[in-house]
Write a protein that binds this ligand. Structure first.
Ligand SMILES: Nc1ncnc2c1ncn2[C@@H]1O[C@H](COP(=O)(O)OP(=O)(O)OP(=O)(O)O)[C@@H](O)[C@H]1O
Ligand SMILES: [Mg+2]
Length: 279
């Protein structure tokens, strides 16, 4: 049974400390949900667990089955069994969706080993059908021209094919229509087995109507400030976050308070294309 353990995790980007002591343990068979207002560090946590090079871990640890993940590249973490379904999936023109998935599957096998093409196609077809995706999507360039909902379904398609031991899904519900939400919910529910743990990042109770979560955490100022069960989600849905802020004794829940981000022009919301053009 896999165990992902995050202890006292601190991470920064540039001068800004974004994660300020996150503690979290997810075991196989468990589904945890992280909620919290915008800009409180949820996606950063997902990126840091996955090993995004932009973030520097300054303290704490992340382990999977006792193995130190901080020593591993993103690639190695994926091979170790981690998966991240992203809030904003990248478009990769020039690489077809199915080639991308096949390469990712092959990368998880030993040197010189490959997934059987027959098995791959059969599994992919099944996954596409189960996600009610259009049949041409595997053959198009990865996320290129995909609608918002298609991109989200495609993250689940990848997850189905890669069979991770810990899957982090960042706002998988955003941009999904109600039927798609049910389809994605059914697919995730089917994958909630003892040998797999989930971390769902979401803003809405709606997702948790379709996917059962065992534990719910609220993130503010770069750490988990409150944990509970589904009743906590219901209260948040009804009353928002002010009561939690009051309980915890904080006025501004964001990691970077308003105005601070202006001190470092170019730091926040940097645009790769613009940077390239300016060079
Ligand atoms: N690479 C980065 N460069 C600059 N600032 C960053 C970077 N990554 C995160 N931040 C800042 O850290 C803060 C937390 O961002 P994060 O994306 O983790 O929030 P979030 O909780 O996922 O919010 P949302 O609910 O809006 O998705 C934000 O103020 C964001 O601008
Ligand atoms: Mg986010």
């Amino acid at each position: 049974m896999p165990v992902l353990k995050v202890e006292n995790l601190h991470a920064k980007v540039g001068e800004h400390e974004i994660l300020k002591g996150v503690n979290l343990e997810i075991k196989g068979g468990e589904t945890h949900a992280i909620m919290g207002p915008n800009g409180t560090g949820k996606s950063t946590l997902a990126s840091v667990i996955m090993g995004h090079p932009r973030y520097e871990v300054t303290a704490g640890s992340i382990t999977l089955d006792g193995e130190d993940l901080l020593d591993m590249s993103t690639d190695e973490r994926a091979r170790a069994g981690l998966f991240l379904g992203m809030q904003l999936p990248q478009e990769v023109p020039g690489v077809t969706n199915s080639d991308f998935i096949k390469s990712a599957m092959n990368a998880r096998l030993g040197e010189g080993e490959n997934v059987s093409l027959f098995k791959f196609i059969r599994e992919l077809d099944q996954a596409v059908a189960s996600l009610k995706m259009s049949e041409d999507l595997p053959h198009r360039y990865l996320n290129d021209g995909f609608s918002g909902g298609e991109k989200k379904r495609n993250e689940i398609l990848q997850m189905r094919m890669l069979k991770p031991s810990i899957a982090i899904l960042d706002e998988i519900d955003s941009g999904l229509d109600i039927d798609a939400l049910k389809t994605v919910g059914d697919n995730v529910t089917e994958l909630q087995t003892e040998d797999r743990g989930f971390l769902l990042i979401t803003h809405y109770q709606r997702l948790l109507d379709y996917i059962k979560a065992d534990k719910v955490h609220v993130m503010m100022q770069g750490r988990i400030v409150k944990s509970g069960d589904i009743d906590l989600v219901k209260r948040i849905d009804q009353d928002g976050y002010d009561w939690i802020k009051e309980e915890v004794g904080i006025a501004d829940e964001r990691v970077i308070p308003e105005g601070e981000d202006e001190k470092e022009p170019g730091m926040i919301g940097t645009c790769a294309t613009r940077e390239a053009l300016e060079k």
